[in-house]
Ligand binder design. Structure first.
Ligand SMILES: Cc1cc2nc3c(=O)[nH]c(=O)nc-3n(C[C@H](O)[C@H](O)[C@H](O)COP(=O)(O)O)c2cc1C
Ligand code: SF4
Ligand code: SF4
Length: 284
């Protein structure tokens, strides 16, 4: 049997789980390829997978904008089974597994399972402290061992069912039930767009004097929001920026930054609406 694992990841949590899925499938003698969505070349991918595993982090209560664009460009996978998952911090609302399932159904897949995995451990990025509270609040770190083991068992269980030709489609309503609930929060989630929610978060600041013109930020930006304006300078297109703060992590010279106190303020404000997030799965 053949599996194709596709993920989107900024700080590594979702990638780690994608790798766990690959290990789980290899241990069942499956072939399992894994790609960051950005690196997947559908035109030159020769196999027709039996199982698609698709995972992304939650960003601003939604599928990250850049990931959504890449997912929509995927080819049809007619007849394949699919397992969808999201990683998230302390979430107000997490419709992401449900949204991923909808995308894959349009591509001809049958959804056989989904899950949301909490990645709550705060970690410093590149040993720097400046992400501070934002880090802790968003939980950029890694899923704990219990959640990772649960994830592995679920993927192995799905592979076993496919091997036995015993898979069952799950209802999308099951994926909706995974959401971290809270009436007011859910209402806010459905009434505002992803762009509106990120509006409160600070823009990227650029200090040209510190820039080494290495272009690592340009390569890291999946939104194509960083432009090379001259031999010495770059510029951020605020209209395109998804405020994922990935470019700040990769900049070796400290030329990129943001107003973290504003970010921390809004993150804390949003957390007031959040309930404890739970790792949960739904399997057909
Ligand atoms: C810009 C940004 C926005 C985020 N928004 C949310 C959110 O709305 N809800 C949530 O629970 N977690 C949110 N998170 C936390 C991530 O979903 C979580 O840390 C995830 O595990 C990161 O996965 P990755 O390491 O694969 O990028 C956000 C993280 C970032 C960087
Ligand atoms: S400019 Fe930076 S923060 Fe904005 S989308 Fe690109 S990588 Fe993310
Ligand atoms: S990564 Fe930093 S140093 Fe390199 S071009 Fe971008 S802003 Fe300049």
């Amino acid at each position: 049997m053949k599996a194709l694992i596709l993920y989107y990841s900024c700080s590594g949590n979702t990638r780690r789980l994608g790798q766990r899925a690959q290990e789980a499938l290899l241990s069942r003698q499956w072939n399992a390829d894994i790609f960051h969505l950005r690196d997947f070349d559908a035109d030159n991918y020769p196999y027709h997978p039996d199982l698609i595993v698709l995972g992304v982090p939650v960003q601003y209560w939604d599928v990250p904008n850049s990931a959504r664009r890449l997912i929509q460009k995927l080819p049809p996978f007619k007849g394949a089974s699919a397992f969808v998952f999201s990683t998230f911090g302390k979430c107000v609302i997490n419709p992401v597994p449900f949204l991923l399932a909808k995308e894959l159904i349009e591509k001809g897949c049958t959804i056989v399972g989904g899950g949301q995995i909490v990645a709550p451990h705060a970690a410093k990025v590149d040993g720097r402290q400046r992400l501070g509270d934002l880090e802790a609040a968003f939980g950029r770190g890694q899923p704990d061992d219990a959640a990772s083991s649960q994830f592995t068992a679920v993927v192995q269980g799905i592979a076993e069912k496919i091997d036995m030709k015993n898979t069952a489609r799950i209802e999308l309503a099951e994926l909706k039930k995974l959401h971290t609930r809270g009436m007011l929060a859910s209402l806010m989630g459905y009434c505002t767009s992803n762009r509106e929610r990120m509006w409160f978060m600070p823009h990227i600041d650029y200090d040209a004097a510190m820039c080494k013109n290495c272009h690592q930020c340009i390569e890291s930006c999946d939104a194509g929001a960083i432009l090379c304006t001259s031999e010495k300078e770059i510029a951020i297109d605020k209209g395109r920026c998804n405020k994922c703060y990935q470019c700040i992590d990769v900049c070796p010279s400290g030329a990129l930054g943001t107003n973290w106190s504003q970010a921390v303020f809004w993150t804390r404000a949003v957390r007031l609406f959040a309930r404890e997030a739970e790792t949960k799965f739904a399997v057909g």
